[in-house]
Design a protein around this ligand. Sequence first.
Ligand code: THU
Length: 127
Amino acid sequence: MDSLAAAALAARDHAHAPFSHFRVGAALEDVGGRIHTGCNVENATYGLTICAERVAVFKAVSEGAREFRRIAIAADTDQLTPPCGACRQILWEFCGNIELILVNPRGAAESIRLSDLFPRPFDASCL
Ligand code: THU
């Protein structure tokens, strides 16, 4: 298995999902080859929940990373889980048209580009 996919699956083990029980992991590779991981962290108000992808992006940015190559996203679903709308926006703004690798624990994997999921984005070029 690709090491980025393995990192996303491992990050999923840290998910804090007592409300949905839907555990997600993400692993974001920067241009230097460093891997920044994230998991979903839920909250009793529900609305303050943050997805695995945004945790990975914000952790990476907070540590100075600014250019990224690929992100792997892991959930235990047969129909592989794509990023939610809010995460698509954040991924677009920080990672551009990044490669997404969607995986599950049974070895299923699919690679797609963010622009396939998020056509005609709003970003700073629109301002
Ligand atoms: N979730 C993610 O972490 N990433 C996704 O791509 C989809 C949804 C989380 C948010 C929430 O904790 C749970 O999955 C159910 O929506």
